[in-house]
Design a protein around this ligand. Structure first.
Ligand code: FO1
Length: 335
């Protein structure tokens, strides 16, 4: 039985039992559930970094920060990014100097994270080591690792004024509020990126129990991680079962543009399509109870399916879903 571990503190260094791939808010919610279910060092969360961008000379890593803040219980539950109890003196002062930079808000507390990360990167520290420094500074025992140390940037091909244009991710997501219809997504630089050593070691680990694909946007959060050269092979060769949690509930995303962009890309926004999208690398798929009707089609793809509540409103929901996912992985391993 996987006991709920309250503030599991354990020495770093031992390879994790569970490796989770995460991006955005949905991923961070399940990562928190997993972190409350396992001793910290037994969980590694691989974060999408293709949302990263330079803003006012600062390196902003949104999906890493959403994970760090969520795991440290500092996250802003309303926005899904940045810290709670935030103040905005910096933005007030900035807007006087640079009114054009109002579109991307950096809170005073959040600003400290970006400044420290930028300073360390400029000193030549690799992103995975900066992230480890920040995790330890926030008292996080979970191993939070970026998908790679090299720059990879998601860009989205959208239709704007009748033209097909490529938008950098943050412009699509924040400036255009994900309104323009999406035709394609790609991840510039992924083929030159390499899997960080701790992730390679973890996925090759002897006692790996599960690889978990969190309920993040497959196209904007998970695919960039899978696009890092060698990542798919490492996951495919891992001894542990790979379990994905559907980010859709009854054809809708809980938060974010998953269903909308699937429709725009000509894909029906249902769990079947997502299972197909992950087909080949997943052994198990966790569906929301509302998707009962899709179960048979997904099992016909050779993927095992379980149904549960995947809507994570409370901490208990996060912990319950994490426990269900890990028990499902164990059942797949014993099968
Ligand atoms: N998203 C917004 O919609 N508006 C913002 O002003 C904004 C600021 C921001 C600052 C730091 C950070 O880490 C994330 C921020 N985000 C903001 C979210 C960001 O667009 C992320 O890429 C999303 O969370 C998707 O992963």
């Amino acid at each position: 039985m996987i006991d709920e571990v309250k503030d599991g503190v354990a020495p770093f260094g031992k390879p994790p039992r569970v490796v989770a791939l995460s991006g955005g808010v949905g991923g961070a919610k399940l990562a928190l559930g997993l972190a409350r279910t396992l001793p910290g060092h037994e969980l590694m969360v691989v974060a999408n970094t293709a949302d990263d961008f330079h803003h006012l000379g600062l390196r902003v890593s949104p999906d890493i920060d959403t994970l760090l803040y969520t795991l440290a219980d500092l996250n802003n539950p309303d926005t899904g990014w940045g810290q709670r109890n935030e103040t905005w003196s910096f933005m007030d002062a900035l807007t006087t100097l640079r009114p054009d930079s109002r579109w991307f808000n950096l809170g005073d507390r959040d600003l400290a994270t970006h400044l420290v990360r930028t300073a360390q990167l400029e000193q030549g520290v690799a992103l995975s080591n900066v992230t480890r420094f920040l995790a330890e500074a926030f008292g996080i025992t979970v191993q939070v690792v970026p998908m790679c140390d090299e720059p990879v940037a998601t860009r989205v091909q959208v239709e704007l004024d009748g033209e097909q244009v490529w938008l950098p991710f943050q412009e699509y997501f924040v400036k255009w509020k994900t309104e323009p219809p999406v035709a394609r997504v790609d991840y510039v630089g992924a083929e030159y990126a390499t899997v960080p050593a701790p992730v390679r070691t973890a996925l090759a680990g002897e006692h790996l129990d599960a690889v978990v694909i969190c309920p993040s946007n497959p196209y904007l959060s998970i695919d960039p991680i899978l696009a890092v050269s060698g990542m798919r092979e490492l996951i495919g060769n891992a001894r542990a079962p790979v379990v994905a949690v559907s980010p859709l509930v009854a054809g809708r995303a809980i938060k974010g543009p998953t269903a909308k962009m699937m429709t725009e890309m000509g894909l029906s926004p249902d769990a079947r399509r997502i299972a197909e999208h992950y087909g080949g690398i997943i052994d198990g798929f966790v569906l929301d109870n509302a998707a009962e009707g899709e179960r048979r089609d997904i099992e016909a793809m050779g993927i095992k399916v379980i149904l549960t509540n995947t809507i994570m409103k409370s901490l208990q929901d996060r912990i319950a879903l994490a426990g269900t996912v890990l028990r499902f992985a164990r059942a797949l391993a014993d099968a």
